[in-house]
Design a binder for this molecule. Sequence first.
Ligand code: AMP
Length: 431
Amino acid sequence: MRYKAVKGTADILPERAGGRLELRRMLETVSQNVFRKFGYREIRTPIIEERSLFVKSIGEETDIVAKEMFSFKDRGRRELVLRPEGTAPIARAYLDASLNKIGPFQKFYYIGPMFRTERPQAGRMRQFDQIGAEAIGSMSPEIDAEVIKLLAAILDEIKIRDYRIRVNNLGCKDDKAGLSKTLRRLLARKKDLLCGDCGRRIDVNPLRVLDCKDGSCRDIVRGAFKSVEFLCGECREHFKKVLTCLGKLKIEYTVDPYIVRGLDYYTRTVFEVSHSALGSQDALGAGGRYDNLISDMGGPPVGAAGFALGMERILMAAAGQDATALPGEGQVVYLAAVGEAAHDKGFELINLLRSGEWRGVSFDMDYENRSLKAQMREADKSGAWLVLIIGDEELSKGGVTLKYMRLKDRAQEFLRFDEAAEKVREALTQC
Ligand code: AMP
């Protein structure tokens, strides 16, 4: 019996340097550096949470809650889920640890797996990784602009080009309630034209019709939307300030009145970032403000905003363009030794080299005492930049032959053992 990875999940294999795992690690490092610059601190929350945390915060009528959660009961018959997103768990953790008492304003970032039972396709997995940020404890429009800037800074740092930022303002809780009421009235007249799901959404949450997979439902609600002016004065003012801040931060964006986001907790600013190279699943990331989530969960009345970027989508966008700041192939140095005495010396040398300070260089060797030809084939396969060869002749002269594998003529030179580290460092810069 051979097992396969569960549908919609993937193994990220330890490929050679420059492979997918290494790209991910680089993306994490780049993001962590940007987060640090913006004053965000890492938080890690559990993979499992109580089901009701998401039902209450994301909303019962959303696709995530209604159709996409991995739910199960534990032995105590508690209803648990694999977390489908990061915001609600972080809000829970913030309150659980009374972080608001230490300081009401806290900025967090996270990198980790999320789970949704969506139909898998390119760019849509059942387990995927998100890079996200949450700034909890401020109503300032500068925070809305800052989280958008933060997201853009990560994409810029990796040199992702041609992404598009669209922003909107959903209004406060009262504005959203007023809008829902109006939409309910307008959509009720067109109920026959809507799909079954949307017929139900009219009563429960008419804004969700904007997320319907059926384009004609979306057109109908968009038509109804056009005639509605629903933002209160304060929300209008807030939005104006957010856009001014975005201008000051030199962020290019368009205002799109139909972005509502697939989660109910959002209020005021919402945004989505897309990339044309991604096809039908073109969202790189999204986020917004959620001013009632903390208080709805029993906490103080503090505002908050955040975003989540899809890691797989970023890597897809990076792969589709000529160059990014993510690494090309890493540098591999391979040691090939012929004969037992040479092998012993080689083992010593490679470990001596490893003990030095190197960035992005890996050292490897053959452990099976195979023929030189077999070892050279292995070096080629591992993408070696340099091969260090030790045989009887080298041993007698007290050194190794260094072969430049990336130069056309595969030139060679002799190095003494005591100068090997320094010469290898030099040679890597010449490849
Ligand atoms: P959301 O939490 O739905 O706003 O998603 C934020 C980002 O996570 C999206 O823009 C995608 O880049 C990514 N994402 C969401 N769902 C998936 C999925 N099923 N597979 C891969 N990436 C996803």
